[in-house]
Ligand binder design. Structure first.
Ligand SMILES: [Zn+2]
Ligand SMILES: [Zn+2]
Length: 316
């Protein structure tokens, strides 16, 4: 499947609501592995409901340690163990993550995990980790505790292979085509060196997904971090009417988040972390859309599919 799948498992702020669980977002990559961003209470129920296979989770990233963003992790780990997980799990989060997990694990002596858990404490913004085709970066955000936003950025891929050019350079169909497509130089049938750039189109960019959490954002700095994101996820705890409260509590309004999306020239903006005060999202949607017309307020179970073939077509 050449699609990336984003699933909003929980979209409420602070306390659960009948229709909204607490913050958690799953990013399912094309190879099936899942990255989880925050794990609010009840996230594992939502995974069952919205078809996110918890054993496919390889990495979990925490934005900050307010209870509405991480209380679901302990139940999730317990279930992973009960299901016989052996695959390692990497957990990333701000300062305090080691203390937090060590404390819980030492208190519950029955917990004894049958799979390795690697804890990574992030103390400064910048590069976090990478795989063969992506990198993850963190940016700190002003909130009442140390809080991180994350960017999932795919590495550029080699350009499209031009068969006609390969034949014109006297490289016959077969293993040498594969080598060129893998970025290796080959010899033509008349013994000339043919380098990949002679037969490949320009490099193709991958997806960029930026996941913001709670915070009062610096618009300039965050727009740079989120520049050109295919999907930008931001919080929208408050409406315009509670602007002062948002500032005091170090949160954002729907409008502020939408202004950042516009400044960042993001392709899509999804707003989440919705206060129980907003029984319906029409006010938040209307205020956000005055700044960013494509803004959408998330709901539990909202699924965004990002089609790689479409992205490649845009770059032809
Ligand atoms: Zn929160
Ligand atoms: Zn918070």
């Amino acid at each position: 499947m050449s699609r990336l799948r984003l699933v909003f498992l929980g979209t409420s702020a602070a306390v659960p609501q009948k229709e909204r669980f607490l913050s958690s977002l799953a990013l399912q990559r094309e190879n099936g592995e899942i990255f989880l961003f925050d794990c609010g209470e009840g996230a594992q129920y939502q995974m069952m409901k919205f078809n996110i296979k918890m054993q496919k989770i390889t990495k979990i990233f925490f934005s900050h340690f307010h209870g509405d963003h991480y209380f679901g992790i302990f139940g999730l780990l317990h279930t992973m163990k009960q299901q016989g997980r052996t695959a390692p799990l990497a957990i990333y989060g701000p300062f305090g993550i080691k203390q937090l997990f060590t404390g819980i694990f030492s208190a519950d002596e029955n917990l004894g995990f049958n799979f390795p858990i690697d804890l990574f404490e992030i103390t400064e913004e910048g590069f976090v980790c990478e795989g063969v085709d992506y990198r993850i970066f963190a940016k700190s955000v002003l909130h009442s505790v140390y809080t991180l936003a994350y960017a999932y950025i795919e590495k550029d891929r080699l350009g499209r292979f031009n068969k006609e050019k390969a034949l014109a350079y006297k490289v016959p169909r077969g293993p040498k085509w594969r080598e060129l497509q893998q970025g290796k130089a080959v010899l033509s049938s008349d013994n000339k060196v043919i380098s990949p750039d002679m037969v490949l189109g320009k490099k193709r960019r991958g997806f960029k997904i930026v996941i913001g959490s709670d915070g009062l954002y610096d618009p300039e700095a965050f727009a740079t971090f989120a520049a050109g994101a295919d999907v930008l996820i931001m919080e929208a705890t408050f409406s315009d009417e509670k602007t002062d409260l948002a500032r005091e509590k170090l949160h954002s309004t729907a409008r502020w988040s939408a202004k950042i999306a516009a400044k960042a020239e993001a392709k899509r903006l999804i707003l989440t972390h919705i206060s129980p005060r907003h029984k319906d999202d029409s006010l938040l949607t209307a205020q956000a859309r005055e700044e960013f017309p494509e803004a959408l307020v998330a709901y539990d179970g909202l699924e965004i599919l990002l089609d790689r073939k479409e992205l490649d077509r845009e770059q032809m």
